[in-house]
Design a protein around this ligand. Structure first.
Ligand SMILES: [Zn+2]
Length: 80
């Protein structure tokens, strides 16, 4: 029952561009790097990571694969 309540609430926070963990504005979150031209990974001050999708003009939680991709880009010395 708790899960049924929490999930839509997280979506509401994301629609408002707020962190689902601490409600910090994601527009002020630290930019980590680009996954592609239209997708930017950011990190909230609470260490949660999100991907900003330019096409959607909105945020979503970063997947494990996306975090790995960014980590490998950084390891290769790719700078943005
Ligand atoms: Zn946060």
């Amino acid at each position: 029952m708790f899960k049924k309540i929490i999930r839509p609430f997280q979506n509401v926070l994301l629609e408002r561009k707020l962190c689902v963990g601490c409600t910090y504005p994601l527009t002020k979150a630290k930019k980590l790097g680009n996954l592609s031209e239209n997708r930017i990974m950011v990190e909230c001050k609470c260490k949660r990571r999100y991907v900003y999708e330019k096409e959607l003009a909105g945020f979503k939680r970063a997947t494990f694969a996306e975090e790995q991709q960014l980590a490998s880009d950084i390891a290769k010395g790719r700078t943005w």
